[in-house]
Design a protein around this ligand. Structure first.
Ligand SMILES: *Cc1c(COP(=O)(O)O)cnc(C)c1O
Length: 399
C-alpha cells in the first residue's frame, strides 16, 4: 500500500493511500499531465491569487459569515457554528471552484470550457463563471436530469451556456461525465474541463480541494474572536463527491485536536437498495478516472445511486474521503432522506435558515453525537434551500 506523508496532499501520482491516481484514455494523457504540471504553480502565483481573491470577495460575496447558531446549539448541547456557504453568489460553495478553474483555464491559454452536471448546480456555477469571464461553455447533462431540473437548464441557457443533452445509458450524471470526457478528447488543446467536485483523475481532486479550502481558511480566521482559538473540536460536512467537505477540513487535516464527521446519503436506508452511501456500501473500483470506492454490482457494473438530494446522488466518492474513512481520520455516518428532511425543518424553525437538502444531511449528523457543553462544532452549510422547496413541500410535514 502506498503511503501519503502529508495527509492533505496526494503523492506524486495523485494517490491518497490506496485511492486516487489517473486512469484515463491515452488521448487525454497530455491534457491531464499538463494540468498536473502547472496547477500548483499557477495557484501560487501572486497575480492569480489576487485576481481570484478579488472575484471571491467582490463577486461571490466572501468571506461568508461564521454564524454562532444559538438555538441549534441549545438543542444539541454544544457550541454550533454554521459556515454560511449558502450566502455566496449562486447559493452554494460550487462557485469557489468554478471561478478558480475558469481563471486557471484562461491562464493556461484555454479558450473554451466544458463541464458535466447532474442536478445542474455545478453546471450553473460553471456557466456563471464563463459568463463573467466571457468564455464559451458547453455543459453535458443527462436527458433525464434535464427533465428533472428544468429551472437549472433554463438558468444555464440564460447565462449563455450550451446545454448538451446526453441520451446514452441511464441519461444521468455518469453518462454526462462520459460525454464530457469524450468532448475533451476531441478538443485537447483549446478546452478545459471543469470538474465540479473532488473526483476525477489526478490532479482534479487536489485542485478542487485547494480551491475550496478557502472555506476552512476563513473558519480559521473567524474562530479566534469567538472562541479564543483557531480550531474547532469537530468539523461536520456532507459528502457527495466531497468538495465542500474537503474545503472545510483541508486546513485542519494534520491537526489531531480536530475531529471530522462526514455525512453521506443513505437515501431510503442502507439496506433498502435505494441509497448513495458510497463509503458504507461501496467497494474499490475505478470511476471517472480515479481509483476509489464506488457503488457497484459483484461483476463491476456501477449501480445507479439514489438520494432525495440531487447533489449527493453520486455513485463514487473523492479518493481523499475514501482514504480518510479507511484510515479512521474521519467518521462517516449515513443519513436517510427522512433524517435530512427533519433536520432541514428543524434548522428552519430554530434559526430561520432554509438549507439545501445536501447541507441538511450535515445538520442531521449532529443528532448522532452526544456533546460536552463546551465543545466547539463547525458545520459547513454548503447551500441554500430554494432549489429544494418542492421536496420540502411534498415531504417535510410543514404545517
Ligand atoms: C453539489 C452540492 C453538494 C455536494 O457536492 P460536494 O462536492 O460533496 O460538496 C453539497 N451541497 C450543495 C449545496 C451542493 O450544491
Amino acid at each position: 500500500m502506498k503511503k501519503t506523508r502529508q495527509e492533505n496532499k496526494p503523492d506524486r501520482e495523485g494517490y491518497y493511500g490506496e485511492f486516487g491516481g489517473a486512469y484515463i484514455p491515452e488521448v487525454l494523457h497530455a491534457n491531464v499531465q499538463e494540468l498536473g504540471r502547472v496547477y500548483r504553480k499557477i495557484l501560487a502565483e501572486p497575480s492569480f491569487r489576487r485576481e481570484l481573491r478579488g472575484l471571491l470577495v467582490d463577486y461571490a460575496g466572501r468571506p461568508t459569515p461564521l454564524y454562532a447558531a444559538g438555538r441549534l446549539s441549545a438543542r444539541h448541547g454544544c457550541r454550533v457554528y454554521l459556515k454560511r456557504e449558502d450566502l455566496t453568489h449562486t447559493g452554494a460553495h460550487k462557485i469557489n471552484n468554478a471561478l478558480g478553474q475558469a481563471l486557471l483555464a484562461r491562464r493556461m491559454g484555454k479558450r473554451r470550457i466544458i463541464a458535466e452536471t447532474g442536478a445542474g448546480q455545478h453546471g450553473v456555477a460553471a456557466a456563471t463563471a464563463c459568463a463573467l469571464l466571457d468564455m464559451p461553455c458547453a455543459v453535458y447533462m443527462g436527458a433525464v436530469d434535464m427533465q428533472r431540473q428544468q429551472l437549472n437548464v433554463q438558468k444555464m441557457r440564460m447565462l449563455g451556456a450550451e446545454v448538451r443533452p446526453v441520451r446514452g445509458g441511464n441519461m444521468t450524471l455518469k453518462d454526462a461525465t462520459n460525454e464530457a470526457i469524450r468532448d475533451w478528447c476531441c478538443h485537447p488543446s483549446d478546452t478545459h474541463y471543469i470538474i465540479g467536485s473532488t473526483v476525477g483523475p489526478h490532479p482534479y481532486p487536489d485542485l478542487v480541494a485547494r480551491l475550496q479550502s478557502v472555506i476552512g481558511k476563513e473558519i480559521r480566521g473567524q474562530l479566534p474572536s469567538r472562541e479564543g482559538r483557531d480550531y474547532p473540536d469537530l468539523l461536520v460536512a456532507c459528502v457527495g463527491g466531497g468538495s465542500n467537505a474537503a474545503g472545510t477540513i483541508l486546513p485542519y487535516l494534520a491537526d489531531r485536536r480536530v475531529s471530522i464527521l462526514l455525512a453521506e446519503a443513505a437515501g431510503e436506508g442502507l439496506e433498502s437498495g435505494k441509497s448513495a452511501a458510497t463509503i458504507h456500501l461501496g467497494s474499490v473500483g475505478v470511476i471517472h478516472g480515479s481509483r476509489t470506492l464506488l457503488m457497484q454490482t459483484d461483476d463491476g457494473q456501477v449501480t445507479e445511486p439514489y438520494s432525495i438530494s440531487a447533489g449527493l446522488d453520486y455513485p463514487g466518492v473523492g479518493p481523499l474521503h475514501a482514504h480518510l474513512a479507511r484510515v479512521g481520520r474521519a467518521e462517516v455516518v449515513a443519513i436517510t432522506d427522512r433524517e435530512a428532511l427533519d433536520a432541514a425543518l428543524e434548522l428552519t424553525r430554530l434559526e430561520g435558515i432554509i438549507p439545501a437538502l445536501e447541507s441538511a444531511h450535515a445538520i442531521a449528523a449532529l443528532s448522532r453525537r452526544r456533546f460536552r457543553a463546551d465543545e466547539v462544532v463547525v458545520v459547513c452549510l454548503s447551500g441554500r434551500g430554494d432549489k429544494d422547496m418542492e421536496a420540502y413541500i411534498e415531504h417535510a410535514n410543514i404545517h
